[in-house]
Design a protein around this ligand. Structure first.
Ligand code: PDD
Length: 284
């Protein structure tokens, strides 16, 4: 079946989906994006994704091409047209096409592009075994709180991981873990969960937010603070969270085996709680 994409008002076959070479997303990475998980054909945590999208747009003084309500309807229509029951919807808004010049052009219409990707989320086999990760220097810019499409540093980090068969690269700055190349990083020590506090150094993960709420419900103690690579090596368990992995247990960090090489109890429990919550609250 041909995948259908959405480009500036039209649903079109993916092969025919086109954007101008002058689009500032292409020339300057002048754009922002979101990935919403789809489970049972419904949108998971989508309100929080759209709230973050709105914030990202505000931070770069960009208009939204459609209202957030219309956007939800378009996401659902795209999922429907692609018969997507499980996977994700990628959504990108760029400043639009204009003569190449660095400062923001006036009177340019932003571009909105969306496409779907099928993905095993609930029955991801990696959740049974846990995943290996590596650590790598964080090479990114200083506004990582904006979900910008400038992803070269993350692509380089992920490639480092891929070269050694690891699923994720955990980025490190000044000896402190920032986050995964496309995920939030968590550790567990003595029953306490630790994840980095929000700042311009990390993306405010939507899955992170929901997992924090689940921890509160479960009376699990959480510390939102910086932590070192050594703390990650010494952790009882670790996991990553993202719309593409949900809660994914980590069993190896560089050469250190965690939780005897099997998914830890807290990460596994949070994964199943998150999936239940996602199913119960998804939009669609
Ligand atoms: N990435 N940190 C970074 C740098 C990310 O790129 C992502 C998600 C996250 C987790 O955010 P959330 O829980 O809202 O998905 C944290 C998406 C999934 C991607 O680029 O594919």
């Amino acid at each position: 079946m041909t995948r259908i994409a959405y480009v500036n008002g039209d649903f079109v076959p993916l092969e025919g989906a086109k954007i101008s070479v002058l689009d500032r997303g292409f020339l300057f990475a002048d754009g922002v994006y979101e990935v919403t998980a789809v489970i049972d054909g419904k949108l998971v945590d989508n309100e929080a994704h759209l709230a973050r999208l709105e914030r990202s747009l505000g931070e770069i003084e960009m208009d939204h091409p459609v209202s957030m309500e219309d956007l939800t309807a378009l996401q659902l229509e795209l999922a429907r047209r692609n018969n997507l029951t499980e996977g994700g919807i990628y959504l990108q808004i760029t400043r639009g096409a204009a003569e190449r010049d660095f400062a923001y052009p006036k009177d340019v219409k932003p571009s909105l592009v969306m496409f779907t990707q099928e993905r095993n989320l609930v029955h991801d086999p990696r959740a049974e075994t846990g995943v290996d990760v590596i650590t790598t220097p964080d090479l990114r810019w200083k506004r990582r709180d904006i979900k910008s499409v400038a992803m070269l540093a993350q692509a380089m980090a992920k490639q480092e991981a891929a070269k050694v068969g690891a699923a994720e690269a955990i980025m490190v700055e000044d000896g402190l873990v920032t986050e995964g190349s496309s995920s939030t990083a968590w550790i567990v020590k003595n029953g306490k969960l630790i994840t980095r506090n929000l700042s311009n150094s990390v993306l405010p993960g939507v899955t992170r937010l929901s997992v924090l709420a689940l921890c509160r419900e479960q009376n699990l103690e959480v510390e939102e603070r910086t932590y070192t690579v050594e703390e990650m090596y010494e952790a009882d368990e670790a996991f990553i969270t993202a719309a593409t992995t949900l809660v994914m247990p980590v069993v190896k960090v560089d050469e250190r085996i965690l939780s005897n090489g099997a998914p830890g109890p807290i990460g596994s429990r949070l994964r199943s709680l998150y999936i239940n919550m996602a199913r119960a609250t998804a939009t669609g």
